[in-house]
Write a protein that binds this ligand. Structure first.
Ligand code: F6R
Length: 588
């Protein structure tokens, strides 16, 4: 969940690294640090805060030297304080290291290393890497040997990059990504292609248990046994790096607005690839779908769509629960993993488990160069471009749109989704044009403590998704509830201070959900209706256009995203970088 970067070449390292860290900040933004190697000395500056703030305070980008490493942190072990910010050094200051992941056996290692006379300066798990490297490097003065011996001691998931006193950079990965960027003027080593895409589109994706050493102008790759390995150079799509806010105040708002085009782009698929993907589903005895957070909400929608149109039974499993409930998965199963980043640890772990049991792996993933896309038997791209805002918005509608296309393919175009593009776009444009009305509603909700969102059938996952957006962007307690479940318990929570949002377009669920609105209204709560059909029960009404029934989920989520965005602004929260979160959750 942190970002790591290293550079060695002919250019000044620190300013390059600072720019790279700004681009990768979505991975974690508690604290930041840079270390360079200059004239045989390691220089380091770090602090708590966003890259721009810490750079302003400590001039990170002014560190001299053409060799350096950098890090943005999302705290796992140890509080958000300067001493826990990376890079970490050991006792001699001859080695500095940045790390992404979790070292599970760090307590045992720390005790062992402390007994050897080493002193720890932070509460992080990462610092053990610096000490182990130092111990083994002092022994042999050999970077490769020091890294191999260190990796053999570490348990958990990690990618790290270290600089050594003589200017050599070394990195290793185990279940966390690490990618080399190749420039005419040197090499980057980074946890994300966004770390170097501004400078080069030539990349080497290191395999799991690979070690990279950049010494002088040379890059060498080894496996954990020290044997040389070769990995292909991949050309990465430049568009991945095309991320700026344009005319919008925040990436999140820009990404909400981009949905008029990204929803359509999701349907642009290679025909053979789509066919192969669907054939794998059709040939499977059992189909499972997994994902986390928003991507899991897409999976819940997929379950309903596949059953309704393609007549395929699907079981959904939260990725974080997968390891406990995979008993029935075997070599006749297929697991469809949905993920924006393709790097979520829980998702990758589920895929690993399913693979071990012989299942085929399919993925619906936005980042086509991600670990998930690369380990799948077949993968379809969501094609929504880089999503920088930490909250998933356009990737959600992209996933749902692609799910409809897959379902259409599975049922000989029984949905005809592609013919509904125009209708869908004009409905979303209508909602976006009326954004200011939703902003007014948000302005009056600043002091609301509890929000419940109700929906039935396919609108229930939308209620969950709306609640997730409100929680993460506006820091308000919000709960998505299947509307019919209200009377089975949650109704006890409803009083004069509650706000209930009913997602109630005029389809087969309409009348039953209106009955629920009555029940809420008679307990004095405030009701906000999202529908194409107004009703006297709604204290406030967010109008969406009347569309073909199956389009409602893609339309009704837009006002929910907008409401969460404006409520965040009203509460002075940064919608792009919600507190305590990170875009890519690469830890368990
Ligand atoms: C919510 C959100 C998260 C992600 C989740 C999975 O807005 O962004 O809940 O959906 O962390 O991430 P991916 O899709 O990258 O696997």
């Amino acid at each position: 969940m942190c970002s790591i970067i290293g550079y060695r070449g002919k250019l000044d390292a620190a300013p390059l690294i600072v720019e790279s860290l700004k681009r990768m900040e979505y991975r974690g933004y508690d604290s930041v640090g840079v270390a360079t190697s200059n004239e045989g000395k390691i220089l380091m500056r770090k602090g708590v805060g966003r890259v721009v703030e810490v750079n302003k305070l400590f001039n990170l980008g002014k560190l001299p030297g053409q060799i350096g490493i950098g890090h943005t942190r999302w705290a796992t072990h140890g509080g958000v304080v300067n001493s826990n910010a990376h890079p970490h050094t050991a006792c001699t200051n001859d080695i500095a290291v940045v790390h992404n992941g979790i070292i599970e056996n760090y307590m045992e290692l720390k005790e062992e290393i402390t007994n050897l006379g080493h002193t720890f300066k932070s509460q992080t798990d990462s610092e053990v890497i610096a000490h182990l490297l130092e111990i083994y490097y002092l022994d042999s003065k050999d970077v490769k040997e020091a890294i191999i011996k260190t990796c053999k001691r570490l348990q958990g998931a990690y990618a790290f990059v270290a600089i050594f006193e003589d200017g050599v950079i070394g990195g290793a990965r185990y279940d966390e990504p690490l990618i080399i960027g190749i420039l005419d003027e040197g090499y980057f080593i980074s946890s994300d292609v966004l770390g170097f895409l501004e400078h080069t589109d030539r990349a080497i994706f290191l395999d799991n248990q690979d070690i990279a050493i950049i010494d002088g102008g040379e890059l060498q790759l080894f496996d954990f046994n020290g044997l040389p390995v070769k990995r292909p150079i991949t050309q990465v799509a430049w568009e991945l790096g095309a991320a700026d806010k344009g005319k919008y105040a925040h990436y999140t708002l820009k990404e909400i607005h981009e949905q008029t085009s990204t929803i359509i782009q999701a349907g642009t698929q290679n025909i053979d690839r789509m066919q192969n993907f669907c054939d794998i589903i059709l040939n499977a005895k059992s189909v499972y779908i997994t994902g986390s957070g928003t991507s899991y909400n897409s999976a819940l929608i997929a379950k309903q769509i596949f059953a309704k149109f393609a007549k395929i039974r699907v079981e959904t499993i939260l990725s974080s629960e997968f390891q406990y409930v995979h008993d029935l998965i075997d070599n006749n199963s297929v697991l469809i993993a949905i993920s924006q980043s393709g790097e979520s640890s829980d998702v990758l772990q589920s895929v690993k488990t399913a693979k071990q049991k012989g299942a085929k792996i399919l993925s619906v993933v936005n980042i086509q160069t991600s670990s998930l896309a690369r380990i799948s038997d077949s993968s379809l791209g969501v094609n929504c471009g880089p999503e920088i805002g930490v909250a998933a918005t356009k990737s959600f509608t992209g996933q749902v749109s692609l799910i409809y296309h897959i379902a259409d393919n599975l049922c000989n175009n029984c949905i005809g989704f592609v013919h509904k593009n125009k209708e869908l776009i004009s409905a979303i444009e209508f909602v976006l044009d009326n954004e200011y009305k939703i902003a007014e509603i948000a302005n009056n909700m600043k002091d609301v403590r509890d929000i419940y969102l109700l929906g039935r059938s396919v609108h229930y996952p939308l209620a969950l998704e709306g609640a997730l957006k409100l929680k993460e962007l506006a820091y308000v307690h919000a709960e998505g509830i299947a509307a019919g479940e209200l009377k089975h318990g949650p109704l006890a929570l409803v009083d004069l201070n509650t706000v209930v949002i009913v997602i109630n377009p005029s389809d087969a669920t309409f009348n039953d959900t209106i009955s629920n609105a009555h029940e809420i209204k008679s307990r004095g709560a405030k009701v906000i209706g999202i529908s194409d059909s107004e009703n006297h029960l709604y204290d406030q009404f967010i109008k969406i256009p009347k569309v073909s029934e199956l389009l409602y989920p893609l339309v009704e989520v837009i006002p929910l995203q907008i409401l969460a965005y404006f409520l965040a602004l009203k509460k002075n929260a940064d919608p792009d970088y919600p507190r305590n979160l990170a875009k890519s959750v690469t830890v368990k």
